[in-house]
Design a protein around this ligand. Structure first.
Ligand code: HEM
Length: 160
């Protein structure tokens, strides 16, 4: 019995699920929650809410940033026979995917860590600065994530 197609099916499903959770989560946070919270809540509550919400969301993003490259490179090396066998849209997906992952790692280890420390120290003015940086970077990562999704799904069918 040839198990390869089953493994591929599992890998691409995990890959796409991880992408949906990550990009969808950023979309909800940036497009729906952020504008309401910014208008409605005082800095102390707003910053605490964002810190705790991001703490929960980032657990899923960590899972996504592990699953996406592992499944992606596994598909490239097992099913496509390495980079020589893949189309240009996969190269583009990989390049943009690496940028997204690096940007998340930066957010996690720099502004998010500083935001958490500021909220712990109840320095909400300082916290607001780091939250603004996180907002910009997540906005950018969301945009790239949407472009990667179009790259992965839409461009695959272009006759190039
Ligand atoms: C290290 C980076 C990445 C690598 C190496 C990679 C690799 C791959 C490969 C080999 C496929 C299978 C393509 C096919 O069957 O024709 C795929 C599919 C897919 N990738 Fe990625 N990918 C990466 C990052 C991402 C990211 C960051 C996203 C979205 C945020 C993403 C979304 C998708 C989706 C939705 C599919 C399914 C496309 C379909 O079959 O219609 N990928 N990826």
């Amino acid at each position: 019995m040839n198990w390869e197609p089953y493994y591929f099916s599992i890998a691409i499903s995990l890959h796409a699920l991880a992408a949906v959770v990550w990009v969808g989560g950023m979309f909800f946070a940036y497009m729906a929650l952020r504008p309401v919270v910014a208008k409605l809540l005082e800095p102390a509550v707003r910053l605490t809410l964002w810190t705790r919400t991001l703490t929960r969301f980032f657990i899923w993003v960590w899972l996504a940033v592990l699953i996406i490259p592992i499944s992606g490179y596994w598909m490239i090396f097992s099913a496509f026979g390495g980079f020589a066998g893949v189309s240009w849209y996969i190269h583009l997906m990989q390049g943009l995917g690496i940028i997204m992952i690096l940007m998340f790692l930066h957010v996690f280890f720099a502004p998010y860590k500083r935001l958490r420390n500021a909220v712990k120290a109840e320095d909400f003015q300082e916290g607001a600065k780091h939250l603004a940086t996180i907002r910009t970077l997540i906005g950018l990562n969301l945009l790239i994530g949407l472009i990667v999704t179009v790259t992965a799904i839409g461009l695959e069918h272009m006759p190039v």
